[in-house]
Design a protein around this ligand. Structure first.
Ligand SMILES: [Zn+2]
Length: 78
């Protein structure tokens, strides 16, 4: 029987944790581990940043200046 590896278990729970689909007990278990394990904490932070970055890239509205520039390009010359 292989030894229980809390980090492997933690990794399994990472995606559901980020998706907030864990039960309260599972989330508490993951958070307890993150409190005491620097390795997993770093991994979670990295994943979180990655998600935020992807989210931002998709959601970020077009900068006002760019919008104005595009609008001026569309304006027919007179
Ligand atoms: Zn760990």
């Amino acid at each position: 029987m292989t030894a229980y590896d809390p980090c492997a278990h933690c990794e399994e729970m990472m995606q559901p944790y980020m998706d907030r689909v864990l039960t309260d007990a599972e989330r508490a278990e993951a958070e307890t581990h993150l409190d005491e394990c620097t390795y997993c904490r770093k991994r979670y932070r990295f994943e979180e940043r990655l998600r935020q970055f992807v989210h931002q890239a998709v959601q970020e509205p077009m900068p006002v200046e760019l919008k104005a520039k595009l609008a001026s390009l569309r304006t027919p010359l007179q």
